[in-house]
Design a binder for this molecule. Structure first.
Ligand code: DWN
Length: 419
């Protein structure tokens, strides 16, 4: 169990659901965990921040959430190391999402589209090309600067009801509000929902897309649980929270991105009809028993089994003198390496395409991060695919690795060696 060593102090664990207020208790712990995107220099190691990663699922409203989330200012700042443009497939996905969303709203001259958590502007660039006014809201200054370089107006702020009011006063209300892989990061879910309602035009639409609880449980993709993901969202709690703030869930559409996501379409209450997909997904969640504590007991057992199988596989390969590297220093990899206790003795280095991460050490386990070029110059015998959600893109990109005899290790949904 963690030693509770929080040198910098940490937000204390919540004991009641952030959506409905019911009492909350963790169904497991992943133990003492660092910040998922806190890649370090050796000098920073003595001051590394840790907290206990304890997931819980509210037995009343079904909201999956962390008991403890470190302060947002520790997560989103001037050196946030994730850039939405790091995946070509995600860039394409955002183009399709934008085309679908724009086709659903009434086009009028000067119509405004706002993206919450716009990161480097990858999604809004598609909206600009369609000729709409755009505004991005982004708390991390470094990625916001990249969006501004693309000609996108960015409000450098965290999103909540107050920020929504300022944006609506300054730019007008939005025909379309988009948030992808954002809402699950923000602990103040009611303020976010109230802000969405304040920002969207009376005849407008809100499109939210987030990693989906049902897929995480089905695939045991436990590495989606880390400090940034204070929630793993699902249809029932999303419908309930948004309805409390005057937004009706009109569609819920499964997506394959990030290992399985859900796209939620919302509209001001009374302004749009509710599609059949909502009841379909609610029925699917009942069938998957996402509101049953036994589901999470079984999930915990699968996480423990995955951990022991991955450790056993790597220690066997090491005993045979094999060289092992990680591929893609994802946020998710912080959970895997720290939960499984995998450090430089197990994994020589992690290759990644983000220059900001090169030369640094991975959070908690301090595995060296190197460039993808280094990976190609001296490929390992085995590579653990930490960006398993981008497998097809990466397998295609690294064909030379497997052609030269290299083999991939994956762990979602099962621990396996794939050729
Ligand atoms: O929710 C979040 C998602 C959207 O992005 C954020 N909290 C943070 C981040 O999570 P992640 O780091 O797990 O995202 P990805 O997209 O699974 O992984 C991104 C990392 O993988 C980057 O460091 C870049 C790297 N990468 C690579 O090295 N080669 C990615 C691809 C596609 C590649 O070909």
């Amino acid at each position: 169990m963690p030693d509770g060593n929080h040198p910098s102090g940490s937000a204390s664990p919540v004991r009641s659901c952030r959506a409905c207020g019911a009492s909350l208790s963790a169904f497991m712990t992943f133990g003492r965990m660092p910040m998922a995107n806190a890649f370090l220099t050796p000098e920073q190691m003595p001051h590394e921040y840790f907290f206990e990663l304890q997931p819980a699922c509210c037995e009343r409203c079904g909201l999956f959430q962390l008991l403890e989330q470190p302060p947002a200012e520790r997560i989103f700042h001037g050196e946030y190391p994730f850039f939405s443009s790091s995946s070509v497939r995600m860039q394409q996905h955002f183009g399709v999402l934008v085309a679908d969303a724009l086709a659903r709203i009434s086009r009028r001259p000067g119509a405004l589209v706002v993206e919450i958590g716009c990161n480097d502007g990858t999604l809004l660039a598609h909206v600009q090309q369609a000729g709409y006014r755009t505004v991005g809201i982004e708390p991390s200054e470094n990625v916001a600067a990249v969006a501004r370089e693309r000609g996108i107006e960015v409000v450098n702020a965290f999103f909540d009801e107050a920020t929504a009011a300022v944006v609506a006063e300054t730019y007008g209300r939005a025909q379309l509000v988009v948030a992808t892989n954002v809402i699950c990061h923000v602990a103040t879910l009611h303020s976010v929902a109230a802000g969405l309602s304040r920002l969207v035009a009376p005849d407008g639409m809100v499109v939210i897309e987030e990693p989906y609880l049902g897929d995480m449980i089905a695939k045991t993709s436990y590495d989606q649980i880390y400090n940034e993901h204070v929630f793993m969202l699902s249809v029932r709690p999303m419908q309930r929270v948004c309805a409390e703030h005057g937004l009706t869930l009109t569609e819920a559409v499964p997506q394959s991105t990030h290992g399985g996501s859900m796209r939620y379409l919302l509209a001001p209450a009374g302004s749009a009809t509710i599609g059949a997909s909502v009841d379909r997904q609610l029925a699917s969640e009942r069938a998957q028993r996402l509101d049953d504590p036994r589901t999470y007991d079984a999930f915990r057992a699968r996480c423990e089994r995955s951990r022991s199988e991955l450790r056993k596989l790597l220690s066997g390969l090491r005993a045979d003198g094999k060289r092992i590297a990680g591929y893609a220093a994802t946020s998710k990899s912080a959970t895997v390496t720290n939960y499984c206790g995998l450090g430089p003795d197990d994994i020589d280095f992690i290759a990644d395409s983000t220059p900001l991460k090169h030369g640094k050490l991975s959070p908690g386990m301090h595995i060296p991060i190197r460039s993808t070029d280094d990976f190609r110059r001296r490929p390992p015998d085995f590579a653990i695919l930490f960006a398993w959600n981008h497998a097809s893109e990466i397998f295609a990109k690294e064909r030379a690795f497997t052609a030269g005899g290299g083999r991939w290790i994956t762990y979602v949904p099962d621990v396996a060696i794939t050729d």
